[in-house]
Unconditional design. Sequence first.
Length: 333
Amino acid sequence: MDLFALTRELIDIESTTGMEGAVGAALATELIQLGYNVERMPVEGERANIWATHPDHPQPRLALSTHMDTVPPFIASSETQERIYGRGSCDAKGIIVAQIAAAEKLKSENVYVGLLFLVGEERDSQGAQTANQQPRGVKFLINGEPTENRLALASKGTLRVELVARGKMAHSAYPELGESAIEKLLDALLEVRKLKLPTNPKAGPCTLNIGQIEGGRAPNVIPDHALAQLLFRLVGPADELRKEVAAAVAGKVEANFTLEIPYMELGTVRGIETMVAAFTTDIPALTRWGQPLLIGPGSIHVAHTEGEYIEKKQMLDAVDLYAKIVRQLLGKN
């Protein structure tokens, strides 16, 4: 198996969340050619998770897992001597290939793992939720995300909040006859930004991003509607933060808490550098897939960017690291 050629092949199959059918089919074909039994776990339409095991070891104790979907827009692959570029190169198609190569390396040592590749991680972990309804009895799950080959001690959670402001339309020459929803929203956002967010000695501070704002009808119309989408990166339970946000915007806008993914503390093994992941993963949705660990090649700082890439050396190092971690967890050293 040519690691770099397969990575580029997968990158060149568009798999923006919701469009993972083709890349899943390509992966299934590749894994069957390598001698694995491949099961499609239907999720929605043509979208399906891929679960692959060795024919003689259909119930492995450990699974290597990551996601097949990417954020938009599609960016085709290219490469230099040191790097592979393109959408999904580090998040997470290069990781998929490194995990397959690690499974092949282990197979040559008579050590067998399962491979679980999921849809929907970039939006709502729909694939992970489906997989969690069909556990396979594994004891350990090594999830792949770009951590620069360091084991994550923890992974921040997510709290999404939608703020909705309602007003009354009027001619902008007579603002006293209307009620500006945008001004209400701006006042509410100011109060939210004043909140003292929690911090965690292990994971660092909770952070806030005001990701989207929309509203209004025209420059000469007092706006009757406005909306903002907020995202907090959690470093602990969200109950108190929910209360503080609701209190801060009370009387100004309506606060809808649309998604919560919990903060997670994760397993480690000896001898591997560690970090804290400020991002969210599929792990909180895979509670029935064993003790989770998080590690993978590539940098989260270039994921989701126009110039996304993965270092070829990090991919090769990841193959050995995944194999090393599996041996330690399964007592094969």
